[in-house]
Design a protein around this ligand. Structure first.
Ligand SMILES: [Zn+2]
Length: 423
């Protein structure tokens, strides 16, 4: 017994939650193994009174450390992005992740419930604002910020945070461009456009990393519209000609013939005024792929088919952040003889081709040991301070089914009015 609680019960509940498992999974496993387990109500009781406060507390310690570390490294560059719990208009929760991009470390997470801000569309801006103001209040002086091109965030930065340099994430811009090219290449006689996908997206990354000013990025980037037509000198003093050697023999590409539909439509995408405008602000050094990794890691802690309460969800996000921060800098695995290990993978985007990837060493879970230690040596003995701390967190009013219904109806009517406008 620990403080009148059967220790094994508490240990099982803690192991279940801290490892990001769900009650349903673990009780199925125990049933199959014919091991007497715990009831769901017992789990929820321990979760609410002891486990969530333990996680909230430990995350605070980790976050303090991440903030101190960011401040010590000077000139902070943050990256931010939102993850919605379901696609489309009816997302109930959105979690906003702010990352210290230099340290590749999650520095803050804000969980926003859609009814707090009116609708799910506004969640991203809300999460972003809350996170930025929390970090600024804690003394972080942000020098630059990298996000996708979310308009609400852009407007806020332009109007309220003029002294922070706002950059757009090259990875998001490349993804958007790739999607447009995919859509275009499905058209009749336009399939050649698709053959350029990889090199055009690479050119976008190259333009971002090799330029020092916005004008230079645009000059480097715009040359691609000539290059695809086998024209390699450009009427631009900043980038007068391509840097590659003359392309002959095997190196010739599927050049597009000037004035054909494929060429005209493709060029219109590559040189669209909005893209050129945004290209001025493409991030030269940092990108937010770490946040993408973190967002896919969240799935291991928050399976999409399980329903969680606000606090249940928040503590699982904090667990995911602890896991990420402990393992983001993992080194490459090596054999007993000390040779570095690689693996061959067939990613979907390669359409059957393989790539060689450095194999990372196995992830560690030191944070679980820390949580267990905190739980059994401190929280169980005297839970009140931890409960009080956890209780300070603002929990929004429960989202009722009516609200989700209203939002769906609104989305349908928006869609209808657009449809009628267009017809
Ligand atoms: Zn060229």
């Amino acid at each position: 017994m620990v403080n009148n609680i059967p220790a094994g019960n508490l240990q099982l509940c803690a192991a279940l939650l801290f490892s990001g498992s769900s009650f349903c999974q673990i009780s199925k496993l125990l049933d199959a193994f014919k091991i007497q387990g715990i009831s769901e109500s017992c789990f929820h009781k321990h979760q609410a009174k002891l486990l969530i406060p333990t996680i909230n507390w430990q995350w605070k310690i980790d976050q303090d450390d991440a903030i101190e570390n960011a401040i010590a490294n000077g000139a902070v560059t943050l990256g931010g992005d939102m993850r919605a719990d379901s696609p489309g208009h009816s997302a109930k929760y959105g979690s906003y992740t702010m990352m210290d991009l230099k340290a590749n470390r999650v520095i803050d997470i804000q969980l926003v419930q859609s009814n707090e801000v009116g609708n799910s569309q506004r969640m991203e801006k809300e999460g972003f604002e809350r996170s930025l103001s929390l970090l600024e209040e804690r003394g972080v002086v942000v020098q630059s910020l990298v996000t996708d091109r979310h308009t609400g965030v852009q407007k806020f930065m332009r109007e309220q945070k003029k002294d922070i340099r706002h950059f757009f994430d090259p990875w998001h811009m490349g993804k958007g461009l790739g999607k447009k090219m995919d859509a275009l290449s499905k058209g009749k006689g336009l399939q050649d456009v698709g053959l350029w996908r990889k090199s055009v997206v690479n050119h976008l990354y190259w333009s971002a990393t090799t330029s020092t000013t916005g004008e230079e990025v645009v000059a480097n980037w715009s040359s691609v519209a000539n290059h695809i037509q086998n024209i390699h000198s450009h009427e631009n003093t900043l980038f007068p000609s391509c840097l590659h050697e003359p392309l002959v023999g095997d190196q010739t590409r599927h050049w597009l013939k000037p004035s054909t539909a494929a060429c005209e439509k493709f060029t219109a995408i590559l040189l669209s005024p909005r893209l050129l405008k945004d290209m001025h602000k493409i991030s030269p050094e940092y990108h937010t792929s770490g946040i993408e990794c973190f967002h896919s890691l969240i799935l291991k802690f928050l399976p999409k088919n399980v329903v969680f309460s606000f606090k249940g969800m928040l503590c699982r996000l904090q667990l995911a952040a602890m896991h990420y921060n402990e393992n983001a800098g993992r080194s490459q695995a090596s054999t007993a003889d000390g040779d570095l290990r690689y693996s061959i993978v067939f990613p979907k985007f390669k359409h059957g081709e393989f790539i060689v990837r450095a194999l990372k060493s196995n992830p560690t879970t030191g944070y679980i040991d820390k949580l267990m230690e905190l739980l059994f040596h401190h929280v169980v003995e005297d839970p009140q301070p931890y409960l009080d701390f956890s209780g300070q967190m603002a929990v929004p009013e429960k989202l009722c089914a009516q609200f989700i219904r209203a939002e769906k109806e609104e989305a349908v009517s928006r869609h209808r009015s657009r449809f009628f406008k267009n017809t």
